[in-house]
Design a binder for this molecule. Structure first.
Ligand SMILES: Cc1ncc(COP(=O)(O)O)c(C=O)c1O
Length: 388
C-alpha cells in the first residue's frame, strides 16, 4: 500500500472509545461513559424532517445551508445567546464537529498553535494534529469549579499561537465560565491579536444560570462561535449544527466546507428548522432530567464522602479520585473490573484531568443510581485500604 501522511499514524484517538472497548469484555457493566443523550429526538422534529423529505426536500442545499434555517438560527442566537448577527453570518455545518474542523482548516497553518482547555474534549487535539498544527494545553482549575486559569492561559501564548479555544459549558468538567473570565479571555485575544473559537455545543444545557456566550461580550471581529442541534434537541445522529462569526470568515468557512461535505444533510436541516420553530418545552424537560440526575449523583457521592466538582452545565460530572492514589486509567479499570461500572479516566481529556473520572448524566435515573452507588462503594474500599 502507498504511504498515508506519516503524522496521521500518530493521531491521538478518543479514550472514551477505548473505555467502551474494554467495557465489552465485562459482563453487563453499568455504563456511565456515553456523551450521547439517552432521549430520542422529539416527535415533532422527526415529523418535520419526514414531511419535508416527502415534499421533495431531499436534494443538496446551498453549501452554507438552507436560508430558512440560517435565518432561524440567527434569530435564536439573538434570543438565547445575546449574539446579534444577520443570517449571512451563519453557516450550517455537519454538527459542531464540522464547524470546528472547517474553522481550524481555515485558520491554522502547519506548525501553528491552538490553545485548548486541559482537561478538554479530546477531539480538539486530534483535529489540530491532523492539520499538522500543534495543540497547546492551558489549565483549568479543579479547585475553582474548573474555570480557566487566566494567567496560565496568557503565559501559554507564543509567536505561533493563532487562536484560543474556549468551551463553555464544558465537556468534561460541566463548568459554565463566568462573564468575567470570558471578558479576560477576550482582552488577551485582543492584546495578542488572536482568534477565539467558542465551542458552545451545550449552550442550553445549564442547571443553575444561563451560560454566557463569549461573542455576546464583544470581539465581533475575532470570535467564532460553534453551536449544534446535537445536545439541546437530542439530535446527535442527525449531524447538523451552525457556526457564526465575522462575515468574511463565515464566507471562507462556507467555501471550505463545500468541497468536503457539499452541505449538511438537507433532511437534517429540515429537522433542525422544526426544532427551532417548534415548541421548546422538550428542551426544558430534558434539562430538568439532567438537573435531577445531577442531584441524584451528588446525593449518593456526598453520602459516601466521595469528592467531586459540582457541574453547572452540559451533562457530565467529574469525580475526584486523587485520594485513591491511583492514576485515572488504573482507577477507571478498577471501577470497571471490580465494581462493573464504566467511567472515563480524566487523563483521556488531558494531563489536567489526571486523578479524576468523568461520569455521564446522559443515562437513565436508574442507571445513575446503580452506577454511582457502585462507584461510591468501590471508592470507600479503595481509600480504606490506603488508610486515606
Ligand atoms: C464540547 C463538544 N463540542 C462539540 C461536540 C460535537 O458535537 P456534534 O455532535 O454537534 O458534532 C461535542 C460532542 O460530544 C462536545 O462534547
Amino acid at each position: 500500500m502507498p504511504q498515508v501522511r506519516p503524522w496521521v499514524l500518530d493521531t491521538p484517538h478518543s479514550g472514551i472509545r477505548r473505555m467502551l472497548e474494554y467495557a465489552r469484555d465485562v459482563d453487563n457493566p453499568v455504563m456511565l461513559i456515553n456523551g450521547d443523550p439517552n432521549f430520542t429526538t422529539p416527535e415533532h422534529i422527526i415529523d418535520g424532517a419526514a414531511a419535508a423529505a416527502r415534499a421533495g426536500g431531499t436534494g443538496y442545499s446551498p453549501g452554507d445551508g438552507l436560508m430558512t434555517l440560517r435565518e432561524a438560527s440567527a434569530e435564536k442566537l439573538g434570543r438565547i445567546n445575546n449574539i446579534h448577527v444577520a443570517a449571512d453570518q451563519v453557516c450550517i455545518t455537519t454538527g459542531a464537529c464540522g464547524g470546528l474542523y472547517t474553522t481550524l482548516m481555515v485558520l491554522l497553518d502547519p506548525g501553528d498553535e491552538l490553545l485548548i482547555p486541559d482537561p478538554g474534549w479530546s477531539n480538539y487535539a486530534a483535529m489540530v494534529h491532523v492539520l499538522n498544527a500543534v495543540p497547546v494545553a492551558y489549565p483549568l482549575q479543579p479547585d475553582e469549579g474548573w474555570s480557566i486559569d487566566i494567567e496560565a492561559l496568557e503565559a501559554s501564548i507564543t509567536p505561533r499561537t493563532r487562536a484560543i479555544l474556549v468551551n463553555t459549558p464544558s465537556n468534561p468538567t460541566g463548568c459554565v465560565e463566568s462573564a468575567e473570565s470570558l471578558r479576560q479571555v477576550l482582552d488577551i485575544a485582543e492584546r495578542h491579536d488572536l482568534w477565539i473559537i467558542s465551542d458552545e455545543a451545550y449552550d442550553q444545557l445549564v442547571f443553575d444560570a444561563p451560560a454566557v456566550s463569549t461573542a455576546s461580550l464583544g470581539g465581533s471581529d475575532r470570535v467564532i462561535s460553534i453551536f449544534t442541534f446535537s445536545k439541546t434537541y437530542a439530535m446527535t445522529g442527525w449531524r447538523v449544527g451552525y457556526t457564526t462569526g465575522p462575515s468574511d470568515f463565515i464566507r471562507q468557512l462556507s467555501l471550505h466546507q463545500e468541497p468536503v461535505v457539499s452541505c449538511a444533510s438537507t433532511v437534517s436541516q429540515h429537522a433542525a428548522l422544526a426544532a427551532l420553530k417548534g415548541p421548546q418545552d422538550c428542551v426544558d424537560d430534558m434539562v430538568a432530567a439532567y438537573r435531577r440526575r445531577r442531584g441524584i449523583a451528588v446525593e449518593i457521592l456526598e453520602s459516601g464522602d466521595v469528592p467531586f466538582v459540582m457541574p453547572h452545565g452540559a451533562f457530565f460530572l467529574m469525580v475526584d479520585g486523587r485520594a485513591t492514589q491511583m492514576d485515572s486509567w488504573s482507577l477507571a479499570h478498577h471501577m470497571l473490573r471490580e465494581a462493573s461500572v464504566g467511567t472515563v479516566p480524566g487523563l483521556a481529556f488531558g494531563a489536567g484531568g489526571e486523578g479524576f473520572l468523568r461520569l455521564t448524566l446522559a443515562a437513565s435515573d436508574d442507571v445513575i443510581v446503580e452506577g454511582v452507588t457502585r462507584l461510591t462503594a468501590a471508592y470507600a474500599s479503595l481509600t480504606r485500604s490506603n488508610g486515606g
